[in-house]
Design a protein. Structure first.
Length: 152
């Protein structure tokens, strides 16, 4: 009751939360800048790793297709006058029966790692959504720069 008897009353107010100390604001800005720089570095590393991953898979598919096609071509090109050569219709049929499924499988494999799919994966990463299957396939070796890229 005594507080009502006084002529003046003072209200207690909390300090403004909107006003921050300049040192705190500067340190927060510095932390944000460091976080953005780290994210940018990680983004560059991941984009490079995605590129190396897709390039390695395309290269592997071309090696398999090229090796298999050269073996088939050599089998067909062997001199048919030699009785032990691939000259009969049965040998050609076996080559075709084996070659067509292998090359078709390789074509499907190569289509999975095309430049278009690589571009879509990079766009998905930049949108902060990388498919779980792609993320699981990104191994440590794709994040390392090749020896030719390292300057001495």
């Amino acid at each position: 009751m005594l507080f009502l008897a006084g002529t003046q009353a003072f209200a207690q107010t909390a300090p403004s939360l909107a006003r921050t100390d300049s040192l705190v604001a500067a340190s927060q800005a510095e932390v944000r800048a460091q976080r953005l720089a780290a994210e940018a570095g990680a983004a560059t590393d991941t984009v490079g790793a995605l590129h190396r991953f897709y390039a390695a898979r395309r290269h592997r598919g071309l090696l398999i297709a090229g090796g298999f096609a050269s073996v088939v071509a050599l089998g067909i090109a062997i001199d048919p006058t030699n009785p032990r050569a691939f000259g009969s219709v049965y040998d050609a049929a076996i080559i075709v029966i084996v070659a067509i499924p292998v090359l078709t499988t390789n074509l499907i494999y190569h289509a999975q790692y095309s430049h278009r799919k690589e571009r879509r994966a990079i766009e998905a990463f930049e949108a902060h959504y990388l498919p779980a299957a792609t993320k699981a396939r990104l191994k440590e070796k794709y994040f390392q720069l090749p020896a030719s890229a390292i300057q001495r």
